[in-house]
Design a protein. Structure first.
Length: 84
């Protein structure tokens, strides 16, 4: 199950947890690719002062809980791509 892509605009600051419930990081910003106004992924920072970031595609997100501010992934933490 994939989430609606416009919902990714309101997820800055949300925690991201993988399929096993382990924390991946915090959403830093939406990432755009195919369309200039609809995000395809989110950038996730793994630590407070860390420079390491991960790219989480919208298809890997299983649910967004706006009440608790947590994004649940359908994949394991090792399947998430890292970038600078």
């Amino acid at each position: 199950m994939s989430v609606a892509r416009p919902d990714l605009l309101r997820t800055i600051g949300y925690l991201v947890a993988d399929a096993k419930g382990r924390i991946v990081g915090t959403v830093e910003a939406p990432m755009y690719g195919t369309a200039p106004d609809v995000p395809d992924a989110v950038s996730v920072r793994s630590g407070f002062l860390s420079r390491r970031r991960s790219l989480v595609p919208a298809d890997a997100i299983s649910e967004i809980d706006s009440r608790t501010g947590v994004i649940g992934l359908s994949v394991d933490r090792d399947a998430v791509l890292s970038f600078l």
